[in-house]
Structures are given as C-alpha cells and as structure tokens.
Ligand binder design. Sequence first.
Ligand code: BG6
Length: 484
Amino acid sequence: MVSRVIPVEDFDLVIFGGTGDLARRKILPGLFRRYHSGQMPPGARIIGAARAAIDRKGYQKEVAAALEEFVPKGARSAETVKGFLESLDYVTIDATGDGGWKKLAGMLRANVVHAFYFSVAPSLFGALAERLHEHGCAGPSCRIVVEKPFGRDLESAQALNRTLRDHFDESQIYRIDHYLGKETVQNLMAVRFSNVLFEPLWNAQYIDHVQITVAETVGVDGRGAYYDKSGAMRDMVQNHLMQLLCLTAMEPPSRFDPDAVRDEKLKVIRALEPVDPEDIVRGQYTHPDKGMSYLEQVDDPDSITESYIAMKLAISNWRWAGVPFYLRTGKRLKARYSEIAIVFKDAPHSIFGQAQGRHRNVLTIRLQPNEGMDLFVTIKEPGPGGMRLVDVPLDMTFADALGPEVEDVPDAYERLIMDVIRGNQTLFMRGDEVEAAWTWTDPLIKGWTGRGDRPYLYESGSTGPEEAAMLLHSEGRRWREIRP
Ligand code: BG6
C-alpha cells in the first residue's frame, strides 16, 4: 500500500505538564511516530512546560527515555529519535505565578500554528488560559487542547467551559476524547455513511438491539485516588461509551465537518431517556488470589464506587424507538476486548422450520484488539445431513484486508494531535455535547449515591457480575462473549 502521509503545517506545540505521565506515555510517543513517518514538518517544535527545574538537555534525556519505554523498537530508528529530540525545547513554568512566561512567549515563532496542550489538572486550566493571554501568547488563531476529565458533573463542566470561553473561542478549544481518534471508531462512520448496504437497515425496523462493550483487564492500579472519585460511569461511560453510542445512533450528517457531525451527536444525547435504576448493574472486582481487590487498591473498605457498569438505554426518536442499547464496561475482566455489535432481527418467517433454532445477522465492529469488522450471516452447514443452518462471520480484519501497513495503526493520540494542527475539530467534543452528556449522567449517579447502593462483587478475570446477565436474559437476549 502506498504511504499517504500528508505533512501538516509548521507549528509550535507547547505541552503544559510536559514531564507528566500522559505526555510520556501518549503525547510525546504519538508525536514521535508522526515525526518518524515524515508527517511533522522539519521546523516544527515541541516545547515541554512544567514545574521541574530542568533545562533543554535534561528534557531531551527524559523524552528519550520515554520513547525507549513506549515506542516499540521496530517503530523507531536512532536517526529519527535524534531528529525528534532536536525539535524539543523546555521551559520551567509556574502555572499560577509569573515564572517562565516571558521566556515561553519569546520562544514562540511568528507565522506558524500555535497549539497549547493542557495536560494538567483541570483546576489549572483557568490559570493557564489567563497567563497565556497576559503574556500575549494566545492569538485568535491559536488552539488549546484539554484532556478529560472534563468536569465531574454538569455544574463543574459548565464552570470549566465558562473559564475556557472567557479567553478562547469555541473554535479554538479541542476537548480530547481519545476514543474518537481510534481507527475503528472513525471506520464506523465510513461504514455507515459510504455503503448503501447498511443505512436502509439501520433502524428499529431491522435492528433488534445494540451492544457496546469496553472490557479491560487492567485494574485501577496506581490510579485509585482519582478512580475512586469517578467510577466507571464518569471515567468511561459519560465520555468514551457515549461517543461510541452517538456515532452508532446518529443521523447521517450532511457533511463530514465539525459542526455537522457534532450537531448530530448532540441530538442523540438529548434523545436519551432517563434510565430506570433497575436497568443499571454496577460491580466491583474482588478476589485476593488474583491481585488486590478494588477495595484494597483504593484503600477504602466502604467505597461504593463501581469498577464495572452495565446498563440498558433507550433513545427516544423514530429511528430507535423500542431498540435497546446495552452498554457495559469494566476493569479486571476476562479479556481486553471492545466492540460494538449491531444485532439484527430474526428473518420474518423461517422456511426451514423451528428446528433450525434462531439465526440472526450480527455486525460487529471490533475496536481492540485485532481491529476490524465481522458480519455474521447464516448459511447452510456444508456436507450431508440436510438443511442445517450455521452462522459464519464474513471477517474483515483490517490488517489482513489492507496489508501490513495497517498493522501499525496509528495510536488515537497521533491522529488527534495532527488534527489539532490541521485545525479540524470533527473528532473533538464540543462544549454543549459535554454538558448534554453530564445532564443525562448526573441524575443516575445522584440516584445510586443518594440511595447508597452497593455495587455487586465480581471476581477478577470474570465477565463481570452475574446480575448483569439478567439485564438481557429477562428479555430473551444475551451478552456477546468477551473473548480473550
Ligand atoms: C481512559 C480511562 O480514559 O481510558 C482509563 O481513564 C481507561 O480508566 C482508558 O483504562 C481506556 O483506554 P483504551 O484506549 O486503553 O481503551
């Protein structure tokens, strides 16, 4: 396959929190990969800004160590690592005081894209925005990138939005949800909106239900303090799963442009019905034999925060009336496995008789691992024995179908950071979208917190609490397997 790397414009990217965990694990390795592929223009510069009193050399050393740890050997060469380190600079900065700002302002070049990545606690967003303005760094064409968590409820999200909008226009604010940068998630839009095959069937007339699963094997390891204040609902559902739901359920936008896409996603969130507490199952992992239990890891024996959640949602519009969307996500599950499964209805009449059992078409979009799609179709089982039916997948594993280059699928961050430089907000959340998601989420969290509902326990390495199975069983459906 021919490489289709299109270089972006020249830029200065400042990473506030440039020595932090996210910068080391994701942002800098992502930028490096773009450099390695030839997409970063030769003059582009990345300026780490953090409290640490180190100089450029010290920063280059830290970044070199991060690349060694987080970029596989085959994806780097001594030459590209050297070139990338040359593009780095560093400034010691005091986010709430004056230290370092003059120096930073002096480092920025005229006539190139300026982007500021706020990879810091949200409590510092306001201070950073103010300082950037005071020091003349924030021109009308600069961009800021902010990470989740974007608030912890509607009120805090609105406050954050106000703070940012005091200093920047919405068109300058890039709220990252890294799920939108995943290759398969973008593919969901390509599949839906460029194939005539699916869209006519994409509605309540043909679809029985939808399942969205994001299963993880990791626990809250090392992040207990943050996670215990969030839980799976805030950490995963309000943002990542909500985005997957929106892309699955939205109407076709008129164009693939930022506001057309985000307008349609917003309509889906606003059409979500309140969820009956009976339709939510929350869980907490346990089992001391397989590592620490959730309660031990967060060091609070009374915590009622969930590390797993499953729920049944309804979207009240013509397209989805009566079609349940089942969502589930959890930590320390059997396998790292994420997919969206569209389960179609039974054929209206079976000419082969009841003895053949139930056969349904299912379209699955696999996010990870092994990115790709499957369309299960029913065929005759080959061989003698009469007309026996069997469901087989038409498997499209992207790496098999599109060649070896696809095995090196860009990480979500690579794609999204390059979109910031390109000035394309399509894959970023707009302020009203985030607020709408919290408007729907808040009453659910308040409900179980107010009632003091304790999550069900599930064993580490299992598929989650058994009670979650009942969400579907009681309706004659079942969860798809979480496969290793
Ligand atoms: C993050 C959550 O946003 O997404 C983590 O805070 C979670 O708890 C992670 O593990 C999952 O991302 P991915 O890309 O590994 O599926």
